[in-house]
Structure formats: structure tokens, C-alpha cells
Design a protein around this ligand. Structure first.
Ligand code: C2O
Length: 358
């Protein structure tokens, strides 16, 4: 059967262990606030607004848009730590369902783990959906949309840390990042890749080609089956048995490339515990989400297939909505961005990796 929502009253410390360098284990309280009032069941009727959100590339954002974005995170950061809409709770939501804070209902050992399996892409789409709605509502601007960090773009300037996230003192800044990876350094989608810029570009394109173009099935691209009772309790990326190529490949590379190597777990972006404290996280995941859509609809050879297993479609998750209420969603409702009102523009530079010849 599909994995269900956990009992939020039973929460433990979240844990992660380093996979690079000397083993260090970090524990964090990521227990989620339980607002009074009942859980809302997601429905398109209740949550749909007439607004279409078009997520634009971060490196093309205008000064006006950056000001608005900065303001949105300013407000989010200023909310009290127990407010479900605060950046603090938003980041705990990620930590809680990734590092073992909650057991699956009726299990003593299997934890809720939204990484390392077919849950990964849909869960993160839902996460962005509510995060974006919260920002829009805090700002009082229903048209507000996240940006995407276009790190796969190896031609038009998307493959460096976007300038909008780099101003010290800005709400979009996070001090726990790799200080040696500021622009003009370009991203390395293959960890440790070296050489001239043109070599790194080639390796980046090849990584994208391998992880997205040649990974043709849902199982290889999205990840393996995670059902009620599936136990991948290890929080370590090193043992991600069911993870798909998108997650284990370019997605993970970007987390470690961005995080601070002087921190034992490459915080903030290098561990699930803290990754979502950094506003760049949501832009990173918007790109992951965009590339998922591209994988589905934009590859040579035509449309690819999503899993049709009911244990996939009927998996359940909890999020907070813009009113701070707990909302219960089904995975299946996240499979079409159109229905969620979200879209991405065409990125011509995608062609570089889509048609890469290794
Ligand atoms: Cu929940 Cu990019 O990880």
C-alpha cells in the first residue's frame, strides 16, 4: 500500500551523518508545529487561483523582481519561529521528512523519507507549491513566483550562483555557502571535475545528458518504489539505494557544490537538515522541477511515462498552506504543473545537453 501521513505527535530528533571527510553526526530538532484546527484536504477547487505562475530564470531577474523577492523572504524570515509560514518552519519541513523525525504510521523502524525514491520529485514539487503560495500571500501579491536557478545552462550565464542571492545582508543571502564558488566560477555537475572552463562545461553537459536524456524510464530517472513499510531509514546519501539519476546525479552535485566545505556536513545546502534554510534551495529545486518536466515532455523520442502504480499515485504528504493550516495532499495531484498553475519558459540552452554527443 502507499505510504501515508505520519502521526505528527510522535517526533524524534532528526539525524544526518557526513559522507565526505571525517564522520560527523548532527542532530536537530525538526519537530513541526501542530496548529489547532483540522487538517485540510487538498483539492484543486479550494486552492486554485486564476493566477498562472511563470517561474523565470534567476539570472535574468530584473531589479524590480529582485526587490520583490527580497521583500518576500524578509517577511518570511521575520515571522516567529513557531509560525508554519516562517523560513524556520519551512526548512524544518524538509529536515523532518528527510532525516527521520517521523516514523511511518504503525511502524517502529521505517521512517518517512521523501528522498531516495519515486517520492522525491513529486514531494519537492508540492513543497515548492506551498512555499511559493506562502511567499505570495505574505507579500500580498498573488502573481509572485519563484525563480529557477538555471544551473544546467552552459551557454547563457545560468551556471554560476545567481547574483540575486549573493548580497550580504539581503534576505536572500545565506552565509553557509562555499566562498570559493562565487562567480565567475561555474558549477561542477560532476563533483571534483577539473580543468579549463571548457572541460568543466563539457563534463557538465555530459552529466546532464547521462542523468536526463539516457535515463529513459521512470524507475531510473525518478527512483524506485517506496511503499508503506519501505525502510530506507539511513539518512546518508551514500546509501541511497532507490534514488533516481536526477536526484543522485546533478541534483546532489549542486547541493554539495553550494554548501560550505568548512562545515562538517557542507551546511547549509549539503545536508537535508539545513538545506532549506538557504533561499537558493527553492530556486535550485525549481530547476530540478523544470528538468523533470523537460524529461517527461521534451526529450527526443517523445513523451516519457510516469509510474502508474497506485502506491505511487496515492502516497500522502502533509504541508502547511498560506493560512498556516496543515494540508494533506496526494502525490497524484502533483503530476501536472499545468493543473497547479505553474509553468516555465522555454530555455534554448537546454538543446546543448539534450543533443550532447559523449
Ligand atoms: Cu530535499 Cu534537494 O533535497
Amino acid at each position: 500500500s502507499p505510504v501515508g501521513v505520519p502521526n505528527l505527535n510522535q517526533c524524534e530528533l532528526a539525524t544526518d551523518t557526513s559522507i565526505i571527510g571525517p564522520p560527523t553526526t548532527l542532530q536537530l530538532n525538526c519537530c513541526l508545529p501542530i496548529p489547532s484546527g483540522s487538517v485540510v484536504d487538498f483539492s484543486f477547487q479550494t486552492y486554485q487561483s486564476a493566477v498562472k505562475r511563470v517561474r523565470m530564470p534567476a539570472h535574468k531577474a530584473t531589479a524590480d523582481y529582485i526587490a520583490k523577492y527580497t521583500r518576500a523572504y524578509e517577511i518570511m524570515r521575520s515571522l516567529p519561529d513557531h509560525d508554519p509560514r516562517s523560513l524556520s518552519v519551512q526548512s524544518k519541513l524538509h529536515c523532518a521528512f528527510c532525516n527521520g523525525a517521523y516514523k511511518q504510521l504503525g511502524s517502529n523502524s521505517a521512517v518517512v523519507q521523501v528522498h531516495f525514491s519515486w517520492l522525491f520529485l513529486p514531494w519537492h514539487r508540492w513543497y515548492l507549491y506551498f512555499h511559493e503560495r506562502i511567499l505570495a500571500s505574505l507579500l500580498g501579491d498573488p502573481t509572485f513566483s519563484l525563480v529557477f536557478w538555471n544551473w544546467d545552462d552552459q551557454r547563457d550565464g545560468g551556471n554560476t550562483m545567481p547574483a540575486m542571492f549573493l548580497n550580504k545582508g539581503s534576505s536572500l543571502y545565506d552565509q553557509s555557502r562555499n566562498a570559493k564558488h562565487l562567480p565567475p566560477n561555474i558549477v561542477k555537475l560532476v563533483p571534483g571535475s577539473n580543468g579549463a572552463t571548457s572541460d568543466i562545461v563539457k563534463q557538465n553537459l555530459n552529466a546532464l545528458y547521462q542523468d536526463i536524456v539516457t535515463s529513459t524510464t521512470a524507475e531510473t530517472f525518478m527512483g524506485g518504489a517506496f511503499r508503506d513499510g519501505t525502510n530506507v531509514s539511513s539518512s546518508s546519501l551514500a546509501t541511497a539505494p532507490l534514488g533516481g539519476s536526477m536526484e543522485n546525479g546533478v541534483h546532489n552535485s549542486m547541493h554539495f557544490w553550494t554548501g560550505d566545505p568548512t562545515q562538517p556536513l557542507y551546511q547549509d545546502m549539503g545536508t537535508f537538515l539545513t538545506a532549506a534554510r538557504d533561499p537558493i534551495f527553492y530556486a535550485h529545486h525549481s530547476n530540478v522541477d523544470r528538468l523533470w518536466e523537460r524529461w517527461l515532455n521534451g526529450m527526443p523520442g517523445g513523451q516519457r511515462a510516469l509510474p502508474s502504480d497506485p502506491d505511487f499515485l496515492n502516497a500522502e504528504f502533509y504541508f502547511y498552506d498560506e493560512a498556516g493550516r496543515i494540508v494533506k495532499v496526494f502525490l497524484r495531484d502533483a503530476l501536472d504543473n499545468n493543473k497547479l498553475g505553474v509553468s516555465y519558459p522555454d530555455v534554448p540552452a537546454d538543446d546543448l545537453w539534450t543533443h550532447f554527443s559523449p
